[in-house]
Design a protein around this ligand. Sequence first.
Ligand code: ATP
Length: 594
Amino acid sequence: ETDILLQFKQSIANSGAISNWDPSTKPCDGDDGNWEGVLCYNGYVWGLKLENMGLMGFINIDLLSKLPYLRTISFMNNSFNTPMPDIKRLGGLKSLYLSDNDFGGEIADDAFLGMAYLKKVYLANNNFRGSIPSSLAKLPKLLYLRLEGNKFEGGIPDFRQKDLKVVDLSNNQLQGPIPETLSNMSLNAFQGNKALCGKPLDACPGDPKQADKQTSSLMIAVIVLACLLGFIIIANIIVLIYRKRAQHTELARSPSMGKQKLMPNASKVVERRVSEKPRRAEQGKLSFIKEENERFDLNDLLRSSAEVLGSGTFGASYKAVIGSGEAFVVKRYKHMNNLGRDEFHEHMRRLGRLRHPNLLPLVAYYYRKEEKLLITNFVYNGSLASLLHGNHSEDQPALSWATRLKIIKGVVKGLAYLYSELPSMTVPHGHLKSSNVLLDESFEPLLSDYALLHVINPEHAQQLMAAYKSPEYAQHGRTMRKTDIWSLGILILEILTGKFPMCYMTQGAPSTGSNEDLASWVRTAYAEEDGMNKIYDKEMGEMKEYEGQMLKLLRIGLGCCEEDVEVRWDLKKVVEKFEEIKGQDDGIEWFPAN
Ligand SMILES: Nc1ncnc2c1ncn2[C@@H]1O[C@H](COP(=O)(O)OP(=O)(O)OP(=O)(O)O)[C@@H](O)[C@H]1O
């Protein structure tokens, strides 16, 4: 075993961390093992735990297959960037941990064939592509499977294992139905995919068993909107008659009104004074925040070409391009049922009053008891999440450091505005995460999904919203004024590391037994001698010049991620520290003048 391990050491690059693998000693003298990362039992090697060591190169399975008692291997959090090693040659393996590396390429369909003892497979946060190998679905003893944060595509194979405890397939590009055996997994396990459907997500279109339950986002939208159509036509006729009468009366009353211009493509509507106050939602009718935006109605959205942008945690979002060519996003909120019409209207009016260059403004909304629609402009550069974690091309290169800095500064400005404008809300944003940071054509960030925490049904909010993934909620069941700051900290670390934090954002200690989150991973790396190299996202390219700025941002991120709320920085301190990072926008006021 000594020779095999020494040869293995030579086959991997950057093996400084295992310098005590020395031919003059033995790997195992007792169960603790003498050599770094070698796990022993009865004097034999049964495991390798080589995590967080900056290892690279190639994992020589030939050599490992010569260790007869090897049962577990972990190379988590290193920099391996080869295709998947030929793991099935380690037939006795019980646990395989390869998460948080740069492994890539497709995994052969039979990659896990015949692995009769394999219980734990962790391949998360790599660059694996192609289909999920069907041999995984046939592993007789599989209990834990974590594939999140890759680029797996296509359908989910038919997992038959009855004892599966944890499965996480989030943030891939999977589509199609979720197999019934996985229907009892948490919603988070499937988030961030291309088009998955079926329990625990919305039902698949055409699924006869579930269609009547109205859980399919697409189906329900079609059904609800179709039902409304008839309603709207009648409502429109009534409103038209009413308006004509009102117009007639007004024109008769005020001669000057006759001089007003007609709205562009809305000859029936006389242009009105811009009002901050949205009109009360009429049945079957959109309520616009600004009346000059009132160039379309629900009918136009129904008639428009619509594209599903994603099935977010609250419901699906659609991009709808209306006749004029303008694109809007219609987001369905299924979990505001506790809200009465007046309360909803009041809250929308409050949101409608918010104006800031870093907030995505609400254009219109729609109220119905069972569901609410919020309509915003479509933002062409998409979300920070997709730019950080999606595929890059010539048209869409990786985000540079300067752009990342600009984005996070904008996020803080937007957040500071929310804090100052919504002093009565404990958690003014409540759902701050990278998919809710949209980027306009000059990469100025626009925060979305803000200030909704208290209008989402509590039972759903607690399951779905970023604020409730905070340590204070996990530990004390409370959210606080500094809860958004924790989400901001995670966002900062995500921007710096390029790592997707979602898989860590589970409530309390993740059931995988790991109690690490992105912040503690960064903290550990930060304490290591060469840790910085590991922390910063290599996709930013050459970074030497900006190391000072990056370090300052890293410290802010960690200050925001302090678990102890007392120690965690407050917004004022965050803003002060941001002002110390010199960027192109020096001198810009962070807090609104009032
Ligand atoms: N106005 C918009 N313009 C462009 N893209 C948008 C817009 N609103 C949302 N998106 C994108 O559409 C996708 C789906 O958004 P949605 O808000 O439904 O879900 P989410 O942000 O992933 O999750 P959650 O429901 O928890 O907010 C996301 O990638 C999001 O970034």
